[in-house]
Design a protein around this ligand. Structure first.
Ligand code: PGA
Length: 225
């Protein structure tokens, strides 16, 4: 059975207490039918909560869930005089993954292809796997990015996901390029529609935003995937 990646993108949500409550709730559910032997759960909290999450996973993961941490951002530069930035070197002790190229960062923070390539390079140099977001088949993908998230802009936060068939065709397109190993789908993923995506042969998981904020709905996504 293929390995599925279930990636929670919390975006700019949750205080430390809310993160702790979410984590405790996630631990309270029954995973006996969840198929966790072939699933990896990646939580991407806001930057100030990375080490809170790390400590929760180290000390409170009573169900031994296959949890990893992802960052939602990374500096395009090494350590140095870059006020406000968090370097790959600082992230690597907590984060195994980093989301790069999300349309919200392209649109609200003017991140362009060149900057995104630099971020990918920084991540890879510290063994952090970039989850590189593409908005369609024409989005350029840096060579070192082998894990792709297809996130069509119309589907993000809209309640209207892409069709599983269309997402499958985009996933297959990127997988024809030799360096792509995983493609996941994001954009209005919910417990009710997740399985239609993960059933597709070229889709390796999902990236829910809104539906990951509530522990019960995220749990249902994990189970239904
Ligand atoms: P959504 O966001 O699930 O709230 O649509 C997905 C994303 O932007 O990663």
């Amino acid at each position: 059975m293929k390995k599925l990646f279930i990636v929670a993108n919390w975006k700019s949500h949750k205080t430390e207490q809310e993160a702790k409550d979410w984590f405790a709730a996630l631990q309270s559910f029954d995973y006996s039918e969840a198929g966790l032997d072939h699933k990896e759960i990646i939580v991407c909290p806001p930057l100030p909560l990375l080490y809170t999450l790390k400590s929760l996973i180290t000390t409170q993961n009573t169900q031994n869930l296959p949890l990893r941490i992802g960052s939602q951002n990374i500096s395009p530069f090494d350590d140095g005089a870059y006020t406000g930035e968090v370097s790959a070197n600082m992230l690597k002790d907590a984060a195994s993954y980093v989301i790069i190229g999300h349309s919200e960062r392209r649109n609200y923070f003017a991140e362009n292809d060149e900057l995104l390539s630099q971020k990918v390079e920084q991540a890879v140099a510290q063994d952090i796997t970039p989850i590189f977001c593409v908005q369609g088949k024409d989005t350029p993908v840096p060579k070192q990015a082998s894990f792709i998230a297809y996130e069509p802009v119309f589907a993000i936060g809209s309640g209207t996901p892409d069709t599983p068939e269309s997402a499958e065709s985009v996933a297959a397109f990127f997988k024809e390029q030799a360096h792509t190993q995983q493609v996941i789908y994001g954009g209005s993923v919910k417990p009710e529609n997740v399985n239609a995506f993960t059933q597709m042969p070229h889709i390796d998981g999902v990236l829910p935003g809104g539906a990951s904020l509530d522990a019960a709905s995220f749990y249902q996504i994990i189970v239904n995937a």
